[in-house]
Design a protein around this ligand. Structure first.
Ligand code: SAM
Length: 245
């Protein structure tokens, strides 16, 4: 399994070998692959997106499914027992978590983590004001707010997530930079236009009356993507924390 260098760097000072792990927000399976490559005993890979779950199952492959369980569940209500995991990873999860869900997710990740557990949170720092991709992300958030009542993306400073978890008893261990700058490639930029397209579709289906607004948001997103192309800007950080033993 291909493991991105960012994931390998985030995990290389954590005792993954032989550990029971929870990958919170399994996405396309990058961190799940990293945990399995680093010899985790068991990985619970949790996502609330059925397509992501299928992608991760494919990526993990039959021969490793004995060490990995891909669970379709909400991180605010995990189907795992108290104190049942030793390492929790949240690789690029929190940028898709709106502020109103932060506390519930942090509480639940803490509930399932045994005393002495490690937590690794990797995420994007807020972008500088002159970053061109910010304009695209603003349109994406406008479309998501209109369709769902919450933003699609929030880039939390590392200190905000550190303080969030400190409030649940986690102690800061280390912070490192995984990427600086972050390469927002053409395919990343296109994927964000795809998020706008999906939000605009939900907007039209759910309210019916905002078609013109949706169309103008989508054409603005397409125009911005065309003019941005690709951009390298911002930082991807990794924070590690521990629960007292
Ligand atoms: C950007 S992806 C994370 C990338 C992934 N960690 C990797 O290594 O490939 C975010 C994931 O978090 C999931 N997610 C977001 N909020 C969630 C929630 N409340 N419960 C469960 N999964 C959630 C999304 O469905 C998606 O699978």
């Amino acid at each position: 399994m291909d493991v991105p260098q960012t994931v390998a760097t985030a995990l290389d000072d954590r005792p993954v070998s032989g550990a029971t792990c929870l990958e919170a927000g399994a996405g396309v399976g990058n961190a799940t692959a990293g945990l399995l490559e680093a010899d985790a005993d068991r990985v619970y890979a949790v996502t609330n997106d059925g397509e992501h779950a299928a992608t991760v199952r494919d990526r993990v492959g039959r021969e490793r499914l004995d060490r990995a369980a891909v669970l379709e569940a909400d991180l605010r209500d995990l189907p795992l027992a108290d104190d049942s995991v030793e390492i929790v990873t949240a690789h690029c999860l929190f940028n898709v978590v709106a502020p109103d869900s932060l506390a519930a997710i942090a509480a639940e990740l803490t509930r399932v983590a045994a005393p002495g557990s490690h937590l690794v949170v990797d995420d994007y720092a807020p972008l500088p004001g002159d970053a061109a991709v910010r304009d695209l992300f603003a349109v994406e958030n406008a479309a998501a707010e209109l369709a769902d009542g919450r933003p699609a993306l929030t880039f939390y400073p590392a200190a905000v997530l550190e303080n969030l978890f400190a409030g649940y008893g986690w102690a800061f261990d280390r912070r490192r930079t995984l990427l600086d700058p972050v390469p927002w490639t053409e395919s990343h930029v296109d994927a964000h236009v795809g998020v706008v397209r999906d939000a605009v579709e939900r907007l039209a289906t759910d309210s019916g009356k905002s078609e013109a607004l949706g169309e103008s948001l989508l054409s603005e997103a397409e125009r911005l993507a065309e003019s941005i192309g690709e951009e390298s800007v911002g930082e991807l950080y990794s924070v590690a924390m521990r629960l007292p033993g």
